[in-house]
Write a protein that binds this ligand. Sequence first.
Ligand code: NAP
Ligand code: MG
Length: 503
Amino acid sequence: MPTLSSASSKTSARRGRTAPELVFGDLWPFDPAPETADPKLKARYDLFIDGKFVAPKSGKYFDSINPANERKLARIALAGPSDVDAACRAARRAFEKVWGPMPGRERAKYLFRIARLLQDRAREFAVAETLDGGKPIKESRDFDVPMTAAHFFYHAGWADKLEYVAPGRQVAPLGVVAQVIPWNFPLLMLAWKIAPALAMGNCVVLKPAETTSITCLKLAEIFQDAGLPPGVVNFVTGAGETGAALMSHPIPAKIAFTGSTAVGKTILRALAGTDKRMTMELGGKAANIVFDDAPLDQAVEGIVNGIFFNQGHVCCAGSRLLVHEPVTEAVLARLKHRIRQLKVGDPLDKNTDIGAINSREQLKKIRTLVASGVREGATLYQPDGILPAKGFYFRPTLFSEVTMSHRIAREEIFGPVLSILTFRTVDEAIEKANNTAFGLSAGVWTDKGSRILKMSTELKAGVVWANTYNKFDPASPFGGYKESGFGREGGRQGLLDYVILKP
Ligand code: NAP
Ligand code: MG
């Protein structure tokens, strides 16, 4: 693996000239520090239906690769319509015979056990998540796996408290729910979907994303170890057609989808006129808004976390930065300095800040949108530094002089690319932040509490962070406005999407 710490000749020349200027990776020339835990991968993963691993009826498999080096990790079963049907039937049997009638306090024990078993195998799961998806090990280790366990713990706590879900009303489970998730947080998105569904007494058929199915199937091993009754959770792996077959299957009473707005719209069109309950968690184009009275160093850390965390593969990524004009130059200078210190490279290395882009297709999409930014007249800044020769990588990228008409200000890039716009007044900031088809999240950085209250009231976004960014908790609901979707996940509100309310 080529090292990022080798400075380019351009850098060395610059260094000799004035005060040392920093290039990402060469601030402290770290030795490689790869995580060594054994991810215990199988060469082949079958479907998980009715508590067992079963081969797909078609006998077809596809490869899951490591985006950090393009090497094959495992073969994954390709589920067709008859496999989806078998999974939905297994879920219905489990719902009618076991899980539906089971008292909540018993269901809680299974959720608790799953969380504990995941904690026991946390390092193994973190390495598997990083290998399959490309995210830095420090994120899968410190964020994805602990948050996944936290969601199971939190919902274990709800399973025996159904009378508090909607005070004064009785609640009942929906039955079977069909769920489809994306590749950016494979384990966490799965927990957001499965934990509330199970806690409320539903059974599940879930399809993970094609490029990141491995940790989902490893979690099926934990479900077996936890003694979860067969059929309560079923996993069907495959591509978009598998997802479409699952969403339109007649058995599930509800579908829950997390993914792009384009696919969400396709699903809504296909299911229009059915009586299925639906929730959609779709794309985003969040604005991080920095006022001139903000603590700038903290704001810069928040901005960097907001867009470069997980390579910008984050639905609520702060992909647009709106800066108050008096501090634009100061913020831009700090940002340039900061991103030169980010380490891009081997995701398994504990020092890596920006790992691999999830797939070749995603890298292509990022490159296309970045090229459009240059063509349309925005000013590009990328630090020097050598990227690994194999695998899918992209430099942290800043675009200044961006206007609202640029594609990079309007479309979701889903990569480590920040578009910087400016504003003069509070009203202009609100108007620019809301001038988007999306409405998932936003960030406000200011010293004034009154301004935070005004902004959070007027911003059309499901989550508004104040003087911080990308903070999550299983107890706080998450979800979108406008084309970012509908329905909430997390907290008490998230449970309401998995129950029937009785008078
Ligand atoms: P995607 O292309 O929409 O895919 C999402 C999932 O849908 C994948 O499992 C995909 O399968 C499947 N799928 C594709 N076509 C389908 C169809 N016609 N019917 C049913 N399922 C279908 O999105 P992505 O590229 O994986 O994920 C990135 C997107 O997710 C971004 O837009 C991001 O903002 C959004 N996201 C939103 C949230 C949120 O909470 N709002 C959270 C995370 C991500 P394949 O993988 O096989 O294509
Ligand atoms: Mg993979």
